[in-house]
Ligand binder design. Structure first.
Ligand code: ATP
Ligand code: MG
Length: 280
């Protein structure tokens, strides 16, 4: 019997909110079956500050999706962003529970939960953990522990957290729009899924996702995430500088940036005059 699986994802950005649905037939290749984007509202520097504005846009996307795909997509993956996000290394230790000392799924769950307990300032909370390595009876560097034997199981993890009220806004914006959250992925980690190969992550690499209101950094080593940081600065800062420098509106400054801006340093280039269409 053929089975079609649908996977949906949302990218809530400062500039645009994007949605993508892919389908997978019988475990085969992924095929994009729906994509759309809307101008963003209620998001400042990557943070959902007005959940009702974001919900309104998501509800609209939800309706479009239902009509075009003729299918109700209830759950999705969603990015999370903003300079309030932080990561913190932590460690857990447990005794393996089974008499034959075989490490079970339950042991792995317990050691990760143990590692997740970190002391935090008020209004900060952990929403995700990334296991980095397991240690069995002092033997470091174990990536896959299920089924191995040991007495003492330890785990090094990277805990990812954020400012609770902003996390709440983010969740509320999505839940109020008829979608459920499958998982929240920090934006630069999502960018790494798309842009870095397993080999690059294994060798060690860093990725920067420059958006309109944020620039996010994710660093990988030995295949796993080891650091994450978001700066509240992005391409909007360039637009603002153009608007101030040329004394123009933001919309025109954005057009100038897109049409004439370049990141390539050009040597000995004389200043040139540009004519912006529709402007005197
Ligand atoms: N070709 C281009 N050259 C330069 N800048 C561009 C280009 N295309 C888009 N941008 C800029 O990228 C920004 C939008 O990027 P993106 O969609 O990644 O942001 P976002 O996800 O909405 O914001 P954030 O991630 O910061 O919350 C806008 O500021 C836009 O001007
Ligand atoms: Mg973004």
């Amino acid at each position: 019997m053929s089975s079609n699986r649908y996977i949906a994802a949302l990218d809530i950005g400062t500039h645009t909110i994007k949605a993508l649905v892919v389908s997978q037939k019988n475990g085969g290749d992924l095929e994009a079956v729906f994509q759309t984007q809307r101008e963003s509202k209620g998001v400042r520097r990557g943070i959902v500050v007005k959940p009702e504005d974001v919900s309104y846009i998501l509800q609209d996307i939800f309706n479009q999706l239902k009509t075009e795909l003729n299918k109700k997509i209830g759950s999705l993956y969603v990015n999370i962003d903003g300079s309030h996000l932080f990561c913190q290394s932590s460690h857990g230790l447990i005794s393996v529970s089974r008499a034959d000392h075989k490490i079970s799924e339950e042991d792995i769950h317990r050691v990760l939960q143990e590692a997740k307990v970190v002391s935090l300032p008020p209004l900060k909370e952990i929403f995700d953990i990334v296991p980095q390595e397991f240690i069995i009876d002092g033997e470091r560097g174990v990536k896959e522990v299920r089924g191995l034997q040991g007495v003492k199981l330890e785990a090094d993890i990277l805990a990812i957290g954020g400012f609770s009220p902003y996390l709440k806004n983010h969740t509320q914006a999505i839940l109020n729009s008829d979608f459920q959250i499958l998982d929240r992925v920090p934006s630069p980690v999502a960018a790494a899924f798309a842009c870095l190969t397993e080999k690059q992550k294994e060798l060690g690499s860093a990725i920067v996702d420059m958006g309109a209101g944020t620039s996010g950094l994710a660093v990988f080593k030995e295949g796993g995430l080891i650091h994450l940081a978001i700066l509240p600065m992005g391409s909007d800062n360039i637009t603002q500088d153009i608007a101030v420098g040329f004394k123009t509106e933001m919309d025109l400054a954005e057009r100038i940036k897109l049409e004439y801006g370049s990141c390539q340093p050009v040597k000995n280039k004389k200043s040139e005059k540009i004519k912006v269409e529709g402007e005197d």
